[in-house]
Structures are given as C-alpha cells and as structure tokens.
Write a protein of this length. Structure first.
Length: 369
C-alpha cells in the first residue's frame, strides 16, 4: 500500500538523518538531535504508537527496508539461508532490550552523540546480518524494538480479521491470540524490572546512598530489579502449578501475556512526563539538526513548555497507569486461566498476589521519588 511505502521511506530517511547528525552535528549532547530522538521520541514513543495504532514499527521498520535491498543486492532469498529455530522465541529480543535499558539507565557517556551514532550503526549491522542469514522473520522476534512494539500492539483496540479487514476489538483480546512463546516471560520481566529500577533511582534513599555515576551499583541494581520481578513471577506460577497439577515449567510462559498490561502501566507511569516534556526538545533540535542556523520547522530557539505536564497531572497519570495496568493484567490472567484444563482456577491466588506485589512496588517507587 502507498501509505506503508511512504511510512517506510520516511522512517528510513529519519533514521539516516539521526545517524548523520550523531556524527556530524553539534558535539554537545544537549544540542544534538540524536540522543533525544533515540531515547525520548523513539524509545518512549514506541509505546503510544503500538498501543494506539498497532504494530506500526513492523510496517515501517527501516531495517526491513534495508534487508530487502540487501537481499536483492546479494541475490539472497528474503526467507534467509537457514530457518530461525522456534525455540529461540523472544530470547534475542529480551537480550537486546536488556542491553538497551542498561545503556539508557546505567552506561557512562550514553548521551554522547558519537556513542549514540555508533550504537545505532552497530545494532543495525548486527540485525541485518542475522536477518540475512535467518530471513526476515528474524525481525519479528530478534529485533528488540520491533518485538517490543508488536507485543504492546497486542493491547491495541485496533485489529485485523483473517482477511485483513481492520476492526475494533476489546483491548485485551490480542493478549489471548497467541500461545506461549519462549522468552516472552523474560522480555516482559525486563520491561517491568527496568522501569521499576528507573523509579528506584529517583527515590530519596537511592539518591542519598548511591553514587549515580557508579557503573557497578547501577548494573547490580538493574539486575536485581529484573531478577526480583522474574523470581516473584516464576515462583507464583510454580506455586499455582502445584495447586492445579499442571506443568510448573510450562505455566510461566502460558501466563506471560498477563504481564504486558503491567509492563505498559509501569512504562506510562515512568515515562509520561518525560515524553511530553523532553519530547519537545526533539522537535526544537530537529529544526536545525546540524547546528548551522537553519529554522526548518520554525522551532529553533524555542524552550520546553513545562506547563504541558504539571505535577498534579503527572501524579494522576502515574497512579492511574499503575492501577489500571494491574487490573488489566489480573483480568488477562483470569481469562487465560479459564482456557487451561483441570483445576486452573484454584491457582489464580498466587498469580493475583504477585500482581498486587508488583503494583505496590510500583506505587512505592513513585511515592518515594
């Protein structure tokens, strides 16, 4: 379709511009478009785009466009040279996302434009090479950003029938569509744990007792946050399996989709004001991307309007996001339990307790900031 083609061209051009600005634009990170475009507009913007519009990044992913060109150039079939092993599932995406959140929250010089440009190029090269070998299906589960966007798109109220017709649906319907996928639990726990860690670093206790520049402390804190979420969830599901007589190894994966609304709630709570306020900087810098005095968008010299997301609005959005995410996750877990054989309903109590614990932890991090 023409709209998809235009979207792909625009996404590829925007990505090329960001990389060019990263290397040839202003050296100061607060004056260079690249860090703001990557960490604010793209990373955080994937959330509302996926939830409201569906898997749009899969449609316009510039890596898919480059992969098509690479396959034509090398006369390689788009399906690749070797089938992607099904057992990999979302594990590659979980690995990429773990690396990215470490870069975002812990790594030194993470906002240096040259570092940002190098990482974008390295990420693109690695995924293109893997897609060239395993085929275009690699992007669905192996590209961390596309996988992230597509998982959130399961909550989107827009869906398609088997014939491709666009329809409105209950937002949680998409969470019921697919069976358990390897690595989905890990991916969801990375998303919840990393946003939880971001909230912890803003608490008074962390600021007073931990050096924010300490890489070991940040790395251990991030690992502990992700690990705690994983242990809590897996322990709850194993207890549930014991109560219902189901396979304890398979049950966490079967209910992993219930974590996605909670991950969404955490993400909205922690990044709402960040996107609304700091996202303005991307628009301001895009007006003069190379710092040559241009004013392409009429925004050069503008200042961020902090009245767009005041403390009262931000607090309301944060609390509602955490609570609504918990409710949606609990409903999803209940619906998934109804599909399970035998005495599955008896095992819902540990799952509900784990979700309450995650909700309380999220609210505690917000209120302690």
């Amino acid at each position: 379709p023409a709209l998809t083609t235009a979207g792909r061209a625009l996404a590829l051009a925007a990505s090329a511009l960001v990389v060019a600005v990263a290397f040839a634009g202003p050296p100061a990170d607060d004056a260079n478009l690249a860090p703001w475009a990557l960490f604010v507009t793209f990373w955080v913007g994937l959330v509302p785009a996926g939830v409201l519009l569906g898997p749009v990044w899969r449609r316009v992913n510039p890596l898919r466009t480059l992969h098509t060109a690479l396959c034509r150039l090398t006369r390689t079939p788009a399906a690749g040279r070797r089938a992607l092993p099904p057992r990999l599932g979302y594990w590659p995406a979980a690995g990429w996302l773990t690396g990215f959140v470490w870069l975002e929250l812990v790594a030194p010089h993470r906002s240096d434009p040259r570092v940002v440009g190098t990482l974008i190029v390295a990420y693109a090269a690695a995924n293109l090479a893997l897609a060239w070998w395993f085929g275009r299906d690699w992007f669905t589960r192996g590209d961390g950003f596309e996988a992230y966007s597509s998982l959130l798109a399961r909550i989107c109220p827009l869906g398609r029938r088997g014939d491709g017709t666009l329809v409105l649906r209950t937002p949680l319907t998409g969470l019921m569509a697919d069976g358990p996928d390897p690595g989905l639990t890990a991916t969801a726990c990375v998303l919840i744990g990393s946003t939880g860690f971001d909230g912890i670093t803003r608490t008074t206790y962390w600021r007073d007792n931990v050096d924010p520049a300490s890489i070991p402390a940040g790395t251990l804190g991030l690992a502990a946050a992700i690990g705690s979420v994983t242990v809590l969830y897996v322990a709850a599901l194993r207890l549930s399996a014991r109560l219902t007589g189901q396979d304890p190894a398979a049950l966490p994966g079967r209910f992993a989709a219930a974590l996605l609304p909670i991950a969404l709630g955490y993400t909205v709570a922690h990044y709402f004001s960040f996107l609304v306020l700091e996202g303005q900087t991307t628009f301001i810098l895009a007006s003069d991307p190379f710092g040559t005095g241009l004013n392409l968008l009429g925004s050069t010299g503008n200042r961020v309007d902090y009245d767009l997301a005041g403390p009262a609005l931000t607090a309301q959005v944060q609390v509602n996001a955490i609570v609504l995410g918990h409710i949606a996750g609990t409903i999803t877990a209940h619906d998934l339990a109804l599909r399970a054989p035998g005495r599955a309903l008896r095992g819902q109590l540990p799952v509900a307790a784990a979700m309450v614990a995650l909700t309380c932890a999220g609210l505690f991090a917000l209120l302690s900031g």
